[in-house]
Design a protein around this ligand. Structure first.
Ligand SMILES: *[C@@H]1O[C@H](CO)[C@@H](O)[C@H](O)[C@H]1NC(C)=O
Ligand SMILES: *[C@@H]1O[C@H](CO)[C@@H](O)[C@H](O)[C@H]1NC(C)=O
Ligand SMILES: *[C@@H]1O[C@H](CO)[C@@H](O)[C@H](O)[C@H]1NC(C)=O
Length: 272
């Protein structure tokens, strides 16, 4: 294989890595509780029930009533137990199907093994309110404003869990709630389309690359291009090679475009 062909191949592999960022503009969601891929009644449980009518299986979206906690329960929760761990992208809630009762806000906890539980927390920059729940902060989700109008919350970071609990907080009349959790079917949908600024069709000329100094005449600034096969410069401080990129489609989330570690990682390229 000629060096030229090898370089082209490396560039191609690199560009494909850059383009495969899983960033769904529009998630294709599929229900995990009620529907063809849903759970059985005995996979729904709760900390307590208000009466024999308001059992956990009535928390399905198709129920004519809802699940509701017992009046004497100080720490109520509604739980779903999946057969295998799921990657959950969103939650949607409804109130009571027969009465004007609904949950105004709630938190979520989840577990992989059923014994170690995590509160769903936010990273920085979230629009949700964080409330303190020992031993950490958890995210307070917006619930319903009327029993029959569904309200959906998308998780900024999908939950990977086999067990998920909804903990009702604020409510109107009674903590009656129906819920649905969603997985995503189009995980591999196209992310931001990235195009290189330094090397490639729209790239710069060699004389547009400069440096403060060179180790020796082989290691000049133009050798900082991504498609240069031999690039390692063993100085005491090591060599640095970067690659700036521009986005050519309409990207709303700049972080994904500038912080694409997978594409920028030199190790990935040198191992090809
Ligand atoms: C609800 O709590 C009360 C008081 O603790 C208890 O007497 C009642 O049996 C409970 N109801 C149900 C349906 O669990
Ligand atoms: C948000 O950022 C601040 C300041 O950097 C930090 O103190 C805080 O712990 C961060 N909160 C979360 C939830 O990461
Ligand atoms: C959420 O619920 C808590 C606890 O009932 C309540 O104090 C708070 O005001 C509620 N927040 C909103 C935004 O409704």
């Amino acid at each position: 294989m000629s060096a030229h062909l090898l370089r082209r191949l490396l560039l191609l592999v690199y560009l494909q890595t850059a383009a495969s960022t899983p960033d769904c503009e529009e998630l294709e969601l599929s229900p995990l509780i009620t529907g063809p891929d849903g759970v059985k009644d005995d996979q729904l449980s709760a900390s307590s029930i208000y009466s024999s009518a308001y059992v956990a299986k009535e928390s399905r979206f198709t129920s004519e009533i809802a699940w509701c906690k017992n009046n004497s329960d100080p720490d109520p929760w509604l739980q779903v137990t999946f057969e295998d761990s799921q990657t959950i992208f969103a939650i949607q809630t409804l109130g009571n199907g027969a009465r004007f009762e609904f949950v105004k806000n709630y938190t979520i906890s989840y577990s992989l093994d059923g014994s170690k539980w995590n509160w769903f927390t936010s990273g920085n920059g979230t629009i949700h309110t964080e409330i303190f729940r020992k031993p950490s902060y958890s995210l307070q989700f917006s619930g319903n404003v009327a029993p029959s109008i569904p309200v959906r919350n998308d998780f900024e970071t999908p939950i990977v869990a086999r067990f998920v609990k909804l903990h009702p907080l604020g409510y109107y009349e009674y903590r009656s709630v129906r819920w649905e959790l969603y997985k995503c079917l189009n995980l591999d949908c196209e992310g931001p389309e990235l195009s290189p600024l330094i090397t490639g069709p729209g790239g710069v000329n060699d004389d547009q690359l400069s440096a403060s100094s060179i180790y020796c005449s082989s290691y000049v600034a133009k050798e900082s291009r991504f498609n240069v096969f031999y690039y390692s410069c063993e100085t005491a401080s090591g060599s640095v090679r970067g690659h700036a990129m521009t986005t050519i489609n309409d990207v709303t989330n700049n972080d994904d475009a500038t912080n694409n570690d997978g594409a920028m990682n030199n190790d990935d390229v040198s191992q090809l």
